[in-house]
Every structure is written in structure tokens, then in C-alpha cells.
Ligand binder design. Structure first.
Ligand code: GLC
Length: 558
């Protein structure tokens, strides 16, 4: 690696400068913390705020601008916290409100902004409002806050319509008195009825509660599902994977959702410095998704088409062009994301026999990916993701090159997808395994006790943060160097200009950096005067050529 200088953001002057930049989010690098699996301070096997706060120096050294923390609210954890029973308190598993305040203060002092998760489509069935709805009669005020409907058939014994849950099985659950309630996800996640004013008012209060505590923004869970088509017609599209297929069923991407986000934007705009909204919206095509980030709505939306492109130069280039154009048309920034807590980590996806194949989960009976090749490609795509104009998201452990745990036994799996489909869908546990911090410690340093809510694979020992810390060739060193250069060279803000290249190669100038990514397996010639700033792997460049499955940043400064 050409450069291993490591940035620090702990100097208060730098932190202050960062916090006064109102458009910080347009090119921010945001690190996703999945609190169950990041770091465990109390040793109970599940991560917590004590653990998160202890790792701020690590995040600072990595050089990220912000963190997004998946839900840590009071929850029965039927869907790993995306089933919220109290939106304005912390689940004791993760700590207390005071712990959150302390974390926000420490993060801010290090110049790191804090985005929290907001889950407005549904609550937990343990939420007091849903419990009150169950205890009340059909047609009551208490039931109006959720999507209760009378069943079909002469004795209301059939669901009101044909919708399916994203997690498998019907999307309706009977409550025993002729009414059924809608749950697009698990039965423990009843959908709110957003046409009820009390629901909207409650969420205004939730937003203010966290904004007043100093959070810098919200990632909005399933932002495209809050409003359902009038009359809840049968789904004739039958694409239930959150609309990912492009066609939209009557539960996804209805025009009414935009009114909600315009309202929230006005609320956020009362705060200084500016706070942001990030949409999790599995919406196609790109111009439909761009509607979520119009000037008076959200600030960003996750670019899932980029994630779905696979390890293919051509598909990546097409997606990059389409998403930049669609967002440019509404003057929004584009985001770049390859992994999160819902998908197979890209180091694993890219190690499949076909690295363009999308897969919802990998289990012990499936063909096992080539970890070495997957990691090599993951390191190369990092130099694409972190160079492109806009904002980049890193999923915890990606900077260590972690793969999914692909051989988790059935009896430890906790994802409701696995449970509701009887194992037909493997689910998302493989990407949610607790992080390895120290190779020679219990639970690889996730805590001091060795407890871990999901078992870790042996390979996490080789990839532990302490092993990579001082190794200039490690994935962690690559990410640190890339983030430092990104900052220095204004990547993220620089316009992209493609250079002519074969289909397997992505070759572009971004200001005074030239990025070349070779998704093919054969080496390609580099410009004769190439000066390498950063290379994805130590053997990326040899004899004036860029190796297969490798990437470089070149210096164009005169
Ligand atoms: C989002 C979350 C996912 C969760 C679902 C239901 O897609 O990212 O983890 O299961 O919403 O809340």
C-alpha cells in the first residue's frame, strides 16, 4: 500500500469546522452501526451503548463523518429491534437514555454526526397502542391507529385481501372477533394507519424528542410503505420483496407518502444546524426513487440498484449513470452502498461462482463462496464506492473485509424470515454476526465474557481489528487510507468524467484523481505515466498493468 497515514478527527478545531458545514451530508461517509453486534460493554452477548462509545476512537481513526445506528429502542426484539414498543426510550439490553446522551456527546466531540433509525410503518405488537387496540372493539378509536379490517368470506374467516408478508405467509392476522390486522412484516409488527392524525402527531413528537437530544438525522425504515392504495385492493403484481422487482404493488411507493416527508422536512428545518432524513425505499426505477429526495422532502435515499448491480463493470456503470442522472434532475446527492444488515455482505456475494448473482442468504447446504476472491473484489469496489460523487455508506465490519457467516446452524438463526418460511428463506442472520475486535480474546473481543448472540465463524480470528491495525496491507488500512485521500482530494464532491474503457473496466476522472476498477479477470494496461495513490491489493499493479479484480486511484496532480 502506498500510504498508511491515518487521519484523526479528534482535534476540536477540525470537529468544529466539520459541524458548521451545512451541506455535510452531501458527501458524507456514514458508518452503519448494528448495535446488537458492534461491541458489547456488559458482556451479556449483545452489543450496547457502552460498547459503541468505547469505539468512538476507532471510528474517528477510520475517518467517517457520521454513524447511523439501527434501532436501540424498547423492543421485544422479534425483528432485531425493528419492532418498537416505545419510540422514546432505550431498550435495557442496549443501555439507558443517559448512555445515548453520553454517546452523542462523545461522537460530536470527535466530529462524528449521529443518525438514528426511525421505524414509522409499524410498531411492535407490544406497543401500548396496539395492546389497547386488541382490548377494544372493532370500529373503535383504538383500532383506527392500525390497519384493522373485517375479514372476507361469510364469517370473516378469510383475510381481507391477498397480500403477503415480506417475511413469508399472509400479511393479515385475525384477532378473533372478525377483524384482521395488516402486518407487511412479522405478525409482531402491525402496520400503522397513516391516515389517522394521531399517528402523525405521535411521530412528530418522536422526531422532536430525538432532535432535541441532538441527533443529526433519521434513517427512515421502509419509507415507501407508509401509505397503502385506497381500498386495499388485491395485489396483482405479487412482488412482495419490498417492490425490489420494479413493479409496485398497492402497498409500495404510493404518492401519499411524499406528503408525510414534506411535513417532516418542515419540522426538521426548524432545527440548526440542519438535520437530515435518509430513505430506505426499495423503489424502481431511479427517477421514481428520486422523488423521495426532491428539494422539500428527504436529503438522501439508499441507492439499492448500486448494491444489486453485482460485480459487473457494465451493470455498475449503467447504474452509476442512471442514479447520478435521476438525482441530478432533482438536485439531490447520490448515495453508494454495498452492504447493510439486511443483505449478504458483498465480500461474500462477490465470492460466488457468479458474482453478479443476488442471493437473500447463504446456508450450510448452499455452494460456499470463495472467500479470498470475494474479499479481493470487495476491496476493489471500496475504491469505487468511496470515489463516486455523493455520500457513501459503510456497513460495520466491511472495513475489516468480513464475510457473512454462511454455515450458521438452523437452531441459532433468529431472523423471522427464516422462521416464517420454515427455513426456505435462509434469512439475514449471516451478515449480523458480532464483530471481531481482538483475535486472541473471548468472542474475538466482542466482549470480555465470550458470550455472543450469534456464533462467529473461525475466519473472524484472522480478520479481527487488532490483527489489521498495524498491517499496511490490511483491509482496515485500505479503508483508512481511502477515507483520508477522499477527504484531502475532495472525492465525493468531484464531478465524474468517464474515460473510454473495455466493458469490464470502470475508468473515470474525479477532480485530480483517476479511478480505475477492473472487474474482469485479465490484467489491463494502465496509462504509461500512472502514479498510484492507492491500490486495492498489494499485487494490483505489475508491469504497468492493473491486475484482474483490482482497483487503483491515480494521481492527476501536475
Ligand atoms: C427494513 C429493515 C429491516 C426490517 C424491516 C422491517 O427493511 O432494514 O431490517 O426487518 O424494515 O422493519
Amino acid at each position: 500500500m502506498s500510504d498508511t497515514f491515518v487521519p484523526t478527527k479528534t482535534d476540536p478545531g477540525a470537529a468544529e469546522a466539520a459541524r458548521t458545514d451545512d451541506a455535510w451530508w452531501r458527501d458524507a461517509v456514514v458508518y452503519q452501526i448494528y448495535p446488537r453486534s458492534f461491541a458489547d460493554g456488559d458482556g451479556d452477548g449483545m452489543g450496547d451503548f457502552a460498547g459503541i462509545t468505547s469505539k468512538v476512537p476507532y471510528l474517528s481513526r477510520l475517518g467517517v463523518d457520521a454513524v447511523w445506528i439501527s434501532p436501540f429502542y424498547v423492543s421485544p426484539q422479534r425483528d432485531a429491534g425493528y419492532d418498537v414498543a416505545d419510540y422514546v426510550d432505550v431498550d435495557p439490553r442496549f443501555g439507558t437514555l443517559a448512555d445515548v446522551d453520553a454517546f452523542i456527546a462523545v461522537a460530536h466531540a470527535a466530529g462524528i454526526r449521529v443518525i438514528v433509525d426511525l421505524v414509522p410503518n409499524h410498531s411492535s405488537s407490544a406497543h401500548p397502542w396496539f395492546q389497547a387496540a386488541l382490548a377494544s372493539a372493532p370500529g373503535s378509536r383504538e383500532r383506527a391507529r392500525y390497519m384493522f379490517r373485517r375479514g372476507s368470506g361469510p364469517d370473516a374467516s378469510l383475510p381481507p385481501n391477498n397480500w403477503h408478508s415480506v417475511f413469508g405467509g399472509p400479511a393479515w392476522e385475525p384477532v378473533g372477533d372478525g377483524d384482521w390486522y395488516l402486518h407487511l412484516f412479522d405478525p409482531s409488527q402491525p402496520d400503522f394507519d397513516w391516515s389517522d392524525p394521531e399517528v402523525a402527531e405521535m411521530f412528530d413528537d418522536v422526531l422532536r424528542f430525538w432532535l432535541d437530544r441532538g441527533v443529526d438525522g433519521f434513517r427512515v425504515d421502509v419509507a415507501h410503505s407508509l401509505v397503502k392504495a385506497e381500498g386495499l385492493p388485491d395485489n396483482t403484481v405479487m412482488r412482495d420483496i419490498q417492490g425490489a422487482g420494479g413493479d409496485r404493488g398497492p402497498m409500495w411507493d404510493q404518492d401519499g407518502v411524499h406528503e408525510i416527508y414534506r411535513h417532516w422536512r418542515r419540522l426538521l428545518d426548524e432545527y440548526t444546524p440542519p438535520r437530515i432524513l435518509v430513505a430506505e425505499a426499495w423503489v424502481h426505477p431511479a427517477d421514481r426513487m428520486a422523488r423521495y429526495v426532491r428539494a422539500d422532502e428527504m436529503h438522501q435515499a439508499f441507492n439499492f440498484p448500486y448494491m444489486l448491480s453485482g460485480w459487473s463493470g457494465q451493470a455498475l456503470r449503467e447504474t452509476i449513470d442512471e442514479s447520478l442522472a435521476a438525482n441530478h434532475a432533482v438536485d439531490a446527492t447520490t448515495t453508494w452502498v454495498q452492504s447493510n444488515h439486511d443483505v449478504v455482505r458483498h465480500a461474500t456475494r462477490f465470492g460466488q461462482a457468479d458474482p453478479t448473482r443476488w442471493v437473500n442468504g447463504i446456508g450450510p447446504d448452499d455452494p460456499q463462496p470463495d472467500q479470498e476472491l470475494g474479499l479481493r473484489r470487495a476491496r476493489a469496489i471500496a475504491l469505487l464506492t468511496l470515489a463516486l460523487p455523493g455520500s457513501a455508506y459503510i456497513y460495520q465490519g466491511e472495513e475489516l473485509g468480513l464475510p457473512d457467516h454462511t454455515t450458521l446452524p438452523a437452531d441459532v438463526r433468529q431472523d423471522p424470515t427464516f422462521i416464517r418460511t420454515g427455513g426456505a428463506e435462509i434469512g439475514r442472520d449471516g451478515c449480523r454476526v458480532p464483530l471481531p475486535w481482538r483475535a486472541d480474546a473471548p468472542a474475538f473481543g466482542f466482549n470480555e465474557t465470550g458470550a455472543s448472540w450469534l456464533p462467529q465463524p473461525a475466519v473472524f480470528g484472522e480478520l479481527a481489528a487488532d490483527v489489521q491495525e498495524d498491517d499496511p496491507a490490511s483491509t482496515l488500512s485500505l479503508y483508512r487510507a481511502a477515507l483520508r485521500l477522499r477527504h484531502e482530494r475532495g472525492l465525493g464532491r468531484a464531478a465524474l468524467e468517464w474515460n473510454e474503457s473495455p466493458a469490464a473496466v470502470l475508468d473515470a476522472d474525479l477532480g485530480d484523481v483517476r479511478m480505475i476498477v477492473n472487474t474482469g479477470s485479465e490484467p489491463v494496461a494502465l496509462p504509461s505515466d500512472a502514479r498510484v495513490l492507492l491500490a486495492s491489493v498489494p499485487d494490483a499493479v505489475a508491469e504497468g498493468r492493473l491486475a484482474g479484480d483490482a482497483a487503483v486511484w491515480l494521481d492527476l496532480r501536475g
